[in-house]
Design a protein around this ligand. Structure first.
Ligand code: NAD
Length: 275
């Protein structure tokens, strides 16, 4: 089994990487930056987003796993003191050639400009915002007009991203076994002139959403942690990426709802008669 490590760059993450290299190489794993089977991210959720974008052309063959060196992350769910356990589990999977993975949906966006169509993928979400004025855009679902939006922006997230920016916008948390994308408004203006739905909406796969920004607007487009400013966008189509998923290596059970509880609530049972 071949592996690579992507780290945050701080001393703790670098030290942990050295320990991990030593441990997994004792198990016969081979360090390969070009074509790894497993990519370990050491840092935070942002580090895993970097790792995803670094390897997004190889999603078919790569599974990701994350150790957090700050507080518990959503993607990075192994603790630094579990590095030996993780290395042992990877070693065992390599010996029996049985790497267990879970696959989660991604959002695909197709950006149309006068030059053609560019396709991009995001693990958490993509957002569209105005740069020097509020965003004005027409939003169509399955080629039918839904609304004319005016406000700070629009966020379109994956189920894995539903606990990230989307959650701060009042979006629902969506289980990542559902092939869906969620559209959430960022501070829409609602008055007698401008009217939007006001609620987040969830689209199943095979549905698509087209956003047509007002011509020549300066737009800030984000794909996960990557931000670019554009003024050449004619429209953006978003949908559940067809035939492309992100794979996470699962060396132990960590159900999604437990992850939600640990990330956002903590564990404080109040009824002593309940487990
Ligand atoms: P970062 O690493 O500081 O991440 C910001 C926060 O988002 C961190 O607390 C991180 O743990 C958390 N996070 C990231 N992905 C998550 C997920 N899937 N579920 C739960 N929490 C998650 O900053 P960055 O490296 O620039 O990360 C980019 C991400 O930050 C974006 O994808 C976006 O989701 C998030 N973000 C959130 C807000 C907000 O909540 N107001 C605003 C901008 C960006």
């Amino acid at each position: 089994m071949k592996y690579n490590v992507v780290h945050r760059g701080d001393d703790i993450s670098k030290q942990l990487m050295q320990t991990f290299h030593r441990l997994v190489q004792q198990h016969g794993l081979i360090h390969d930056e070009e074509a790894p089977d497993i990519v370990l991210s050491i840092g935070g959720d942002g580090t895993l987003l970097h790792a995803f974008h670094q390897y997004k052309e190889q999603l078919e063959t790569i599974a990701f796993v994350g150790i957090h060196t700050g507080r518990l992350g959503f993607f990075a769910d192994w603790k630094p003191d579990e590095v030996e356990l993780l290395a042992d589990m990877m070693g065992e999977s390599a010996v029996v050639n049985d790497l267990r993975v879970v696959k989660y949906p991604l959002v695909e966006i197709q950006i149309t400009t006068a030059q053609g169509i560019e396709t991009q993928l995001a693990l958490n979400e993509f957002t569209l915002k105005g740069v020097d004025a509020t965003l004005m855009a027409q939003l169509h679902i399955n080629d039918e007009l839904l609304e004319t939006f005016r406000g700070d922006g629009i966020c379109i997230s994956t189920p894995m991203g539903s606990t990230a920016y989307n959650k701060s916008l009042g979006g629902a948390i969506v289980h990542p076994s559902l092939d869906a994308i969620q559209i959430a408004e960022i501070a829409s203006i609602n008055n007698r002139v401008f009217r939007t739905l006001g609620s987040p909406i969830i689209l199943p796969k095979h549905h698509h959403c087209d956003i047509y920004p007002r011509a020549n607007q300066n737009i800030l487009l984000s794909l996960d942690h990557v931000y670019v400013q554009r003024n050449d966008i004619l429209s953006i189509r978003s949908m559940v990426a067809a035939g492309k998923k992100v794979k996470f290596a699962r060396f132990r059970q960590f159900p999604f709802w437990n992850r939600v509880r640990e990330a956002f609530i903590g564990y404080e049972p109040i009824n002593e008669n309940r487990p």
